[in-house]
Design a binder for this molecule. Structure first.
Ligand code: CDP
Ligand code: MG
Length: 135
């Protein structure tokens, strides 16, 4: 048993499409617990910090525009192996290539508008939880 906490963002495309409940239901049905949750709107400073490793990449300006375009849901999901478990539920980054049965595979036809962010390692989960919720 390796209890973990991971940072999840239900991205602005999912909020706009009325898919908050759909994404949350998948996390809950898997057995994960929601420890914190908030409707937030990213500003450019938070985007640059959250996506620090992507700043300067060719898609980053468009990604920042998308991520700051409207409200998103930030949450901490907890449970056994929560970090890889949520990544598996999310599916591959590009929604066109993500497997059916995953969140992105079932609801996204885009490399960018792919409904969900999930921390990809213990280090990034710690950094991102601290960034969004403090400590
Ligand atoms: O979100 P994930 O960790 O699966 O993918 P990433 O490679 O870390 O990229 C972060 C986010 O940038 C993605 O979820 C996409 O929304 C966006 N992205 C994009 O807009 N265009 C790309 N070519 C790659 C990523
Ligand atoms: Mg990533």
């Amino acid at each position: 048993m390796a209890e973990q906490r991971t940072l999840v963002l239900i991205k602005p495309d999912a909020v706009e499409r009325g898919l908050i409940g759909e994404v949350l239901a998948r996390l809950e049905r898997k057995g994960l617990r929601v420890e914190r949750m908030e409707l937030r709107t990213m500003d450019t400073e938070l985007s640059d910090a959250h996506y620090a490793e992507h700043v300067g990449r060719p898609y980053y300006e468009e990604l920042k525009g998308f991520m700051t375009s409207g409200p998103l849901v930030a949450l901490i999901a907890a449970g056994d192996e929560a970090i890889p478990v949520v990544r598996a539920l999310a599916g591959a980054t590009d929604g066109r290539k993500a497997e059916a049965g995953t969140i992105r595979g079932d609801f996204s036809l885009s490399h960018q508008r792919n409904l969900i962010h999930a921390s990809d390692s213990e280090d990034s989960a710690k950094r991102e939880i601290d960034l969004w919720f403090g400590a």
